[in-house]
Unconditional design. Structure first.
Lengths: 75, 195
C-alpha cells in the first residue's frame, strides 16, 4: 500500500500542472519572504545598497520594488 | 464592526469566516458572506430567501473564480519537499505574528478591481489569520445605515444582504449574476425594508 503511495507521488510530481504550480507557489513564497526580510533590514537601519548586495540585485531594482511599496503604505 | 450585528448576523459572519478558512482563503470577502447567507437562508424572510441561489451553487461559483489558492499551493510545495506549515512557523518565530498580519493586510488591499482573480498576489501563503476585504467593511457600513433606516437597533441578516447587493462591483454580485440572479432585484425588494 505504501509503495503504491510512492508510485502515485512519483507520477504526480511528473505532472507538469503540479510542477508548474509548485514553481508558481515558490515564487509567491519568495515574494512574501522578500517583503518581510527587506522590511526587517530597513527597520534595522540597513541601506538600500546593503540590501541589494545581499539579495544579489541592483540597488535600483530593490529601491523601485520596495521603496515604492513601503512609501505607498505610509502615505 | 461586528458589535453592531445582532445574533443572527453574527451567526452568518462566523459561518462566512469558517467557509473562507475551509477554502484556504485568508481574507473575508463579500462572496463568503453571500455563501453564509445562502446557507442560513432561514434567517431571512421567505421571499428574500427564495431569491438566493443555493449555498452549493455559490460555493462552486466562488471556487471557479477565486479557487482554493493556499490549499493548492501547499500541495504543490509538498511535491518539491517544502512543508508550508514549517515555513510558516519559522517565519512566525523570526518576525512575529504582527509582521505577518501586516503582510497579509497589504495583500488583501491590493488594487481593485478585480483583485481577487489574481488570487496568488492577494492571498498570503504565510498568513493564517483572516483579514477583512475592503468591500466587506463598506458592506457593513451600508448595512448599518440600512438597519438604522428600518429602525433596527442592530445589523440583521437582511441589512447585511442589502449591504452586499448595494455594492455593485462586489464579487458576491458577480456570483449572483452567474447564478442567474439579479442583485438589483434583491436590492429593490430588500430596500423596501420588507423582511
Amino acid at each position: 500500500m505504501q509503495e503504491l503511495d510512492h508510485l502515485n507521488e512519483a507520477v504526480d510530481s511528473r505532472n507538469p500542472a503540479m510542477g508548474l504550480a509548485a514553481v508558481a507557489a515558490l515564487r509567491g513564497l519568495v515574494e512574501e519572504l522578500e517583503e518581510l526580510q527587506v522590511d526587517n533590514a530597513r527597520a534595522m537601519g540597513w541601506s538600500w545598497q546593503q540590501i541589494a548586495e545581499s539579495l544579489g540585485v541592483t540597488r535600483q531594482s530593490v529601491h523601485k520594488k520596495h521603496h515604492v511599496r513601503r512609501g505607498r503604505r505610509r502615505r | 464592526m461586528f458589535d453592531r450585528c445582532d445574533d443572527a448576523a453574527l451567526q452568518v459572519v462566523h459561518s462566512a469566516i469558517d467557509s473562507a478558512r475551509g477554502l484556504g482563503h485568508n481574507y473575508l470577502g463579500t462572496e463568503h458572506l453571500l455563501f453564509a447567507l445562502a446557507e442560513h437562508r432561514d434567517l431571512l424572510s421567505a421571499e428574500v430567501a427564495s431569491m438566493l441561489p443555493t449555498a452549493t451553487a455559490v460555493r462552486s461559483a466562488m471556487v471557479s473564480v477565486v479557487g482554493e489558492p493556499v490549499r493548492r499551493d501547499a500541495e504543490a510545495l509538498r511535491t518539491v519537499g517544502i512543508d508550508l506549515e514549517e515555513v510558516r512557523s519559522a517565519v512566525r518565530r523570526t518576525f512575529g505574528e504582527e509582521a505577518i498580519a501586516r503582510l497579509a493586510r497589504r495583500r488583501s488591499h491590493q488594487a481593485w478591481p478585480p483583485w481577487r482573480q489574481r488570487s496568488r498576489r492577494c492571498t498570503s501563503l504565510l498568513a493564517q489569520n483572516i483579514t477583512m476585504a475592503p468591500r466587506v467593511k463598506q458592506a457593513f457600513e451600508i448595512a448599518s445605515r440600512h438597519a438604522e433606516r428600518r429602525a433596527q437597533p442592530r445589523i440583521d441578516p437582511i441589512s447585511l444582504l442589502f449591504g452586499i447587493v448595494d455594492l455593485e462591483d462586489a464579487l458576491a454580485n458577480r456570483l449572483l449574476r452567474e447564478n442567474g440572479v439579479d442583485p438589483d432585484h434583491i436590492r429593490t425588494i430588500v430596500s423596501g425594508g420588507r423582511s
